[in-house]
Design a protein around this ligand. Structure first.
Ligand code: ATP
Ligand code: MG
Length: 444
């Protein structure tokens, strides 16, 4: 079991000495019990916020008084304490209109979303588990506390939190809870896109992501309608033994759990259904689907308010996922200059995952990808030149040779192209020599 940090123990101890109760609650209890990594140590207490402020005086800060949260800073570590509370009526399926404090731990646990998140533990390790969270944790089940329809009706984000916890922990979703998730999916329309994206980031990186994607495309389709035509879409092509959606889900699971890569796989084939054609022998093709998917990915990412840098990375990877890059130094050098080292490494991971989610007869492609990776590594260790910055000559050298103004940049671009093609070595004296000769022939 993970050690409770000293600062957390101290703060809980002080509260108990002053005659209050103090419990660890929610995610940290769940993670301690399952041997996972604790993100934050949430505490709950019957002490009212004002009492906590008084007790810890200069160490206490009213960081979320409206929700009953006070932060105590002990030995530099922030420790959050939230007074037991009952959420008032929800008016919009997002925010409780008001919160009311209560003396009862049981009432505080009842407002929590899932049984595995509704356990409390005191400093001595005594567990309060009124909703059989431990059993569900052992059996790997996500189950609502109370009636699922009313819980999702109060706060629709819980629908996506449920899928997220199932994915991250590799749990299944209990039958009644699952049925209610499908039934209430449209409530997700009320949720801010930023909050949806944060949950999706975690969901996609979970170890159970493929299972969740396969079982709940209708739910994700509420905010990503672009994925829906892929569901059940037969590809009629020997490369593929899965529908577009099943291929997509498997490719997500086959790529390392980093958000850029996982989002890329989720969106990489969204354009396929609209590009489908059958040839005379009845084989399906998807000409131009890379471009179509890119356009759709851009729309999805705008809707979910992705930051510019991430959106740009994903867009490039979706755009390039189906381009053939010949396994030659020349073409890999070009790809490096267009994508950069990180970009090409990501593209290689994307291509691997795409292939792993295709018909097993085509696994030999992995060897070709390994070849490309080898060429990339050797180019990189030789510190070859993939950008103007790495060119062995610069603007000053050009000016020394008598070039001025626009000529400088134009000449550098010409040299760079030659180096990229492999027709000139990236060596200063050779490049200067070439420039001089070029300059002389240009002037005659
Ligand atoms: P993680 O920190 O890994 O995301 P967590 O379980 O700690 O997981 P938080 O969002 O930090 O999740 O919330 C802490 C606790 O607050 C949860 O464990 C749960 O008991 C409760 N909670 C959070 N959000 C909701 C919600 N929308 N509805 C009901 N209870 C919630
Ligand atoms: Mg948490």
């Amino acid at each position: 079991m993970e050690e409770i940090p000293a600062a957390v123990q101290f703060v809980c101890g002080q509260l108990e000495q002053a005659g209050y109760s103090a419990y660890l609650v929610g995610g940290c209890v769940r993670e301690m019990l399952r041997g996972g990594e604790v993100q934050d140590w949430d505490r709950t207490s019957d002490a009212l916020p004002q009492k906590v402020l008084n007790l810890f005086s200069t160490e206490a800060f009213p960081t979320g008084l409206r929700h009953g949260t006070v932060t105590v800073k002990h030995q530099g570590l922030p420790v959050e304490i939230t007074t037991y509370r009952v959420d008032g009526a929800y008016c919009d399926g997002r925010h409780p209109q008001q919160v009311t404090f209560t003396r009862s731990l049981a009432e505080d646990l009842r407002r929590r979303d899932f049984t595995v998140n509704a356990m409390a533990m005191d400093l001595r390790g005594n567990l309060t588990d009124l909703y059989h969270g431990q059993t569900d944790l052992r059996q790997g089940v996500i189950r609502c506390v109370g009636d699922p329809d009313s819980r999702f009706g109060e706060d629709a984000l819980r629908i996506l939190r449920g899928l997220r916890f199932a994915s991250v922990m590799g749990f299944s979703i209990e039958e009644q809870t699952a049925a209610s998730i499908h039934r209430n999916q449209s409530l997700l329309q009320q949720i801010a896109p930023e909050r949806i994206r944060v949950e999706m980031d975690k969901l996609l990186c979970g170890r159970g992501a493929a299972d969740v994607l396969l079982a709940y495309p209708d739910v994700l389709g509420v905010f990503l309608p672009e994925i829906l035509p892929s569901v059940g879409f037969n590809q009629r092509n020997p490369h593929h033994c899965y529908t577009v959606w099943e291929h997509t889900a498997r490719s997500v699971a086959a790529v390392p759990p980093e958000r850029v890569l996982r989002w890329t796989m989720l969106l990489h084939d969204t354009g396929k259904p609209s590009c489908f054609s059958l040839d005379t022998s009845g084989v399906g093709h998807f000409y131009g689907h890379g471009k179509a998917s890119t356009a759709m990915a851009v729309r999805c990412m705008e809707r979910l308010r992705f930051d510019k840098k991430t959106a740009e990375q994903i867009k490039t990877l979706v755009d390039w996922h189906d381009r053939d890059i010949p396994r030659t130094e020349k073409s890999i050098r070009r790809a490096l200059s267009r994508l950069g080292e990180e970009g090409l490494r990501q593209l290689i991971a994307v291509k691997r995952a795409d292939n792993l989610a295709q018909h097993p007869d085509f696994r030999w492609v992995q060897n070709e990808i390994t070849k490309a990776e080898g060429i990339m590594s050797s180019l990189l260790t030789r510190e070859e030149c993939f950008s103007l910055r790495q060119l062995a000559v610069d603007g000053n050298d050009m000016m020394m040779l008598g070039l001025r103004g626009k000529e400088v940049g134009t000449m550098l671009e010409r040299i760079f192209k030659k180096v990229l093609d492999g027709t000139l070595p990236n060596e200063k004296d050779k490049l200067l020599q070439w420039t001089k000769e070029k300059g002389e022939t240009d002037h005659v």
